[in-house]
Design a protein around this ligand. Structure first.
Ligand code: RB5
Length: 151
């Protein structure tokens, strides 16, 4: 699996830690920035990773900012993106199993690096369960279509 990483200036260090960890686990990781010392508004990186997923350049994403909220809100504006902010592993597992989330978002000012590693592991070890959950994902897509300017 290919994973895209994005963060703002609040989370560069955590991004490096998580990329190194997931590379060690055998995942291919693509870094969409920000780099060290760079000041970047979170919507820029939320969009970059979300569009990379939408284009099929990467399969899933990890987005990080101070809280994980701003960057996930930005990514969720791209059709087909389901970005979930998580600060513990249980939600990270369930958001894949039930919501088929394709992005995990976290706050570098909320979770420490050890907990963040447990959260990404729970996310990438989980599998979408389909069935009744697939119907609900289709309902989310219907909402997107209803409000899409391109529809
Ligand atoms: C940047 O200071 C901060 O606002 C941002 O990282 C994030 O927490 C927003 O949701």
């Amino acid at each position: 699996m290919k994973i895209g990483f994005g963060c703002d200036h609040a989370a560069v260090e955590l991004k490096t830690i998580l990329m190194d960890h997931l590379k060690e686990r055998g995942f291919e990781c693509v870094d969409y920035g920000a780099g060290p010392g760079e000041k970047v508004d979170y919507p820029v990186k939320g969009l970059a990773v979300a569009e990379a997923i939408a284009r099929g350049e990467v399969d899933k994403g990890v987005l990080l900012c101070g809280t994980g909220v701003g960057i996930s809100l930005s990514a969720n504006k791209v059709p087909g993106i389901r970005a979930a902010v998580c600060s513990e592993p249980y939600t990270a597992k369930l958001t894949v199993e039930h919501n088929n989330a394709n992005i995990i978002a976290m706050g570098a000012r909320v979770v420490g690096s050890e907990l963040a590693i447990m959260i990404v592991d729970a996310f990438f070890d989980a599998e979408f369960q389909g069935g009744r959950h697939a119907n609900r994902i289709a309902m989310i897509s219907d909402i997107e279509k209803k409000y899409s300017r391109e529809a």
